[in-house]
Design a binder for this molecule. Structure first.
Ligand code: ADE
Length: 425
């Protein structure tokens, strides 16, 4: 049940072109075919209406998969408004279909500038959501800065980068579920989703052959692991650059080359940043790179490739393909930047496949239901998604795949119960 809050203004829709809605509907429907878990939750929500009276604000990538999440929340009774988590990932046709056919308020246009992006977030802030969903923390951090997170049932954050931002705020006034850290999310979304979709973006932009090339993966977190694995599967030589000794060791034990990024700069054909940090590829890297090197970022923000330094070391730049800007180093070498350094799987392709987002958004739908029911009694601040929700999503996904698993016998359960404290001691 939503807590009482004075009725705020319902934001109006601001999209590129409502006439695109038929194309958007086709995309939403296609994605829905690969999202059986979310669909089953939508059917239950429609029958039980657990979100009646709840205002949800979502700052997510405006894709067909997100549209199916929004439909699910609306089926549960929520009043839902959506804005973009990245100006280049918005599918205008999806925004049109969601607003025209599904009763969502949408504030998003592909390619919107920084002012428009901020205005769209501002409109959702004014609508005083009870629950927010973020991919990068822009909405909840704006609400927090305005003191408007007080009295909210809660919020959810989907990326590592967003969680880093939120954990640095010590006085959040509402609970924030760390969706990104849930086991289902890390395993399926980060590893298999980014692992595949980063290459989808790179290949759509360039049509390169990966086989025989040297791919340098900067960052070996869950997403880096997925990217390195897929690069190897495509026949590339893979080099991993890391600052964490354990992750570096893990990469080496997996058989990848591990070396400092300045050394890798001289060897790589394709560079993919996925650290969550900034200036991971900078001036000293660019000046060492080979002619024709490709630079792509798969991290959330466009700060991992130091674009100012790239401009400084270049004699000029030109767009050679729609998503490829070529920087001329003035000595015969050229570097190819993809999608302006923005998150390549969404800016140059369509993000994670629907099967992957089925897991992520089933998790988010169940978390919204949990916050609507329990959020008022939870402490403020970043906290884990309840394990029961994580397990339920994995169980539902396995069932949708027709996969059965074993259960512990009573004796096994008792044995593990006795054994576990010994382990801890
Ligand atoms: N993040 C990564 N891929 C996505 C997708 N397809 N839809 C929404 N958010 C995403």
């Amino acid at each position: 049940m939503a807590p009482p809050m004075a009725d705020p203004p319902i934001p109006t829709t601001d999209i590129a072109d409502a006439r695109l809605s038929a194309a958007g509907e086709a995309r939403i429907d296609w994605a829905d075919g690969f999202m059986p878990v979310l669909r089953s939750i939508r059917e239950r929500f429609a029958a039980e209406r657990p979100l009646e009276g709840v205002r949800v604000g979502a700052c997510l990538h405006v894709t067909a998969e997100t549209a199916n999440l929004v439909r699910t929340l609306i089926a549960g009774g929520a009043q839902t408004a959506l804005c973009a988590a990245n100006p280049l990932s918005t599918r205008d046709e999806v925004a049109a279909a969601l607003a025209t056919n599904h009763g969502a308020v949408v504030q998003a246009r592909r390619g919107e500038g920084p002012d428009e992006y901020a205005r769209h977030i501002g409109a959702l802030v004014k609508s005083r959501p009870h629950i927010t969903l973020d991919d990068g923390a822009d909405l909840i951090s704006t609400l927090h800065a305005a003191g408007a997170d007080e009295g909210m049932l809660g919020s959810m954050e989907e990326t590592t980068t967003g969680l880093v931002r939120l954990r640095s705020l010590d006085n959040l006034a509402c609970p924030v579920l760390a969706v990104n850290d849930a086991r289902t999310e890390r395993t399926i979304n980060d590893r298999f989703g980014t692992g595949q979709s980063a290459f989808d973006g790179i290949l759509r932009a360039t049509n390169l052959l990966l086989s025989g090339r040297t791919v340098v993966v900067l960052g070996y977190g869950w997403t880096g692991k997925g990217i390195a694995l897929r690069a190897r599967g495509a026949g590339a030589e893979v080099i991993v650059c890391e600052v964490d000794p354990l992750r570096a060791l893990e990469a080496r034990m997996e058989g990848f080359g591990v070396m400092p990024s300045l050394t890798a700069a001289e060897r790589g054909d394709v560079f993919i940043t996925v650290t969550g940090g900034r200036d991971v590829l900078s001036r000293d890297h660019f000046t060492r790179m080979k002619d024709g090197a490709v630079l792509a970022n798969a991290g959330h923000f466009d700060v991992e490739i130091d674009l100012a330094a790239l401009r400084e070391v270049s004699a000029g730049a030109r767009e050679v393909l729609p998503l490829v800007e070529q920087y001329d180093l003035g000595d015969g070498r050229r570097l190819n930047l993809l999608a302006k350094g923005r998150v390549v799987n969404l800016a140059a392709a369509e993000g994670h496949p629907a099967e992957v987002m089925d897991v992520s958004f089933a998790l988010q739908a169940l978390c919204v239901e949990y916050l609507a029911r329990e959020g008022a009694g939870l402490p403020p601040g970043v906290q884990a998604v309840p394990d029961a929700i994580d397990r339920e999503v994995a169980r539902l996904k396995l069932a949708s795949l027709g996969v059965e698993i074993d259960t512990l016998t009573t004796d096994q359960r008792a044995y593990l119960g006795v054994w576990a404290p010994d382990l801890a001691g």
